[in-house]
Design a protein around this ligand. Structure first.
Ligand SMILES: [Zn+2]
Length: 354
């Protein structure tokens, strides 16, 4: 047993430097257990690059090379093709889902995806790429093809599930590109409002059980679209749009006796909900209504001695839960971390382009 195993058996602090080393390792080479997730390569890259930014270590990233790599995933309509031909011209998630165009420049297999597009644009913002240089008109024009008559979005033009996750991706993409012509905000708002359940939380689709992730997508989307104000609770402004007191009641009940947040009633506390639930509280202005010290204590039980966070206490870390562990500590105002733009899922600095 080395010193760190002894020291970190009962960690009392967020080990920023160890997490930086963990992410730098992932940045240079993703370990083999991530092979099955190759299709989500851009998403994994988002966790790493944005994670390093939150940990105040973006200097480890070759920004121009990362921007070029991300841009290589963009789907472009061929020279003679119309961006409004029913396809979506966003970003592919990985090289294996990206097929070369035919001799006329037309994409035969276009698998560009809303979630990959969100991750691509987020990374470009983080590394400081000037988004006015991005061929964004084809992204927003073609994104309209993904919105359904009920206001929801499919993630890929060939179909897929429609739910709040992809409404959120569309809202975040529109916000970051500062161009809302790719979605009907009113229809999207109506869809989101239909997802609020009788208990105050939001399900992923209308009528579904309230869920931490769905609730984040609903509130962050409404905030990005400008339908709700920041800090509704502290400003005493009432929202006629959503039932805020009922939502707050549901949200506050998600903190368990172990200090962690769960995604739904009767589920175990899980690191990632410290972001999904914590961000909703941040947007509403209700962070002080929960026991932040207890939440911090729970997160430390999920911190791995060689860096990263696990889903549950004492398990091995994964990139997804590590990223949301870092965001959670940023929300807890850990001094060595950058502050977070909760509704975009990136740092404030990246969000405002510093
Ligand atoms: Zn989780």
């Amino acid at each position: 047993m080395n010193w760190r195993e002894e020291e970190c058996g009962d960690c009392e602090m967020m080990e920023r430097d160890v997490h930086v080393t963990f992410l730098e390792f992932m940045y240079n080479l993703l370990p083999s257990p991530y092979e099955p997730q190759e299709i989500n390569h851009l998403t994994l890259a988002y966790f790493i690059i944005s994670g390093l930014d939150i940990l105040n270590s973006l200097h480890s990233v070759a920004k121009d090379a990362v921007a070029s790599w991300v841009l290589s995933f963009q789907a472009h309509p061929g020279a003679n093709a119309d961006a409004n031909d029913g396809q979506f011209y966003g970003f592919h998630g990985s090289k294996t889902s990206q097929f070369p165009p035919d001799e006329n420049g037309v994409l035969i297999h276009n698998n560009s995806h809303l979630a990959s597009t969100y991750c691509a644009i987020a990374i470009l913002k983080i590394v400081g790429y000037e988004l006015s240089n991005l061929e964004s008109e084809s992204i927003v024009t073609s994104m309209r093809n993904l919105q359904q008559p009920d206001g929801s979005f499919i993630p890929i033009h060939t179909g897929g599930e429609t739910d709040l996750r992809f409404v959120y991706c569309a809202a975040a993409i529109s916000f970051m590109l500062d161009n809302w012509s790719g979605m009907d905000k009113e229809k999207a708002k109506d869809y989101i409002l239909r997802c609020q359940s009788y208990d105050g939380g939001f399900g992923l689709v209308p009528g579904a059980e309230s869920h931490g992730g769905g609730t984040y997508c609903a509130i962050a989307s409404l905030r990005l679209m400008g339908f709700i104000e920041d800090n509704i609770l502290s400003s005493h402004a009432s929202s006629s749009l959503i039932d805020v007191p009922l939502l707050l009641e549901w949200i506050l009940q998600r903190q368990g006796t172990d200090g962690g947040f769960q995604g739904r009633p009767n589920k175990a506390s899980d690191t990632c909900y410290a972001f999904w639930i914590g961000s909703v509280l941040r947007i509403l202005g209700g962070r002080n209504f929960v026991d932040n010290k207890a939440l911090r204590g729970f997160l430390l039980t999920c911190q791995y001695k060689y860096g990263g966070f696990s889903k549950f206490p004492g398990e091995y870390p994964d990139l997804y839960h590590s990223y949301y562990g870092f965001t959670a500590f940023s929300l807890l105002e850990e001094s060595s971390l950058k502050s977070l733009c909760s509704e975009l899922g990136i740092t404030e600095n990246a969000a405002i382009g510093l």
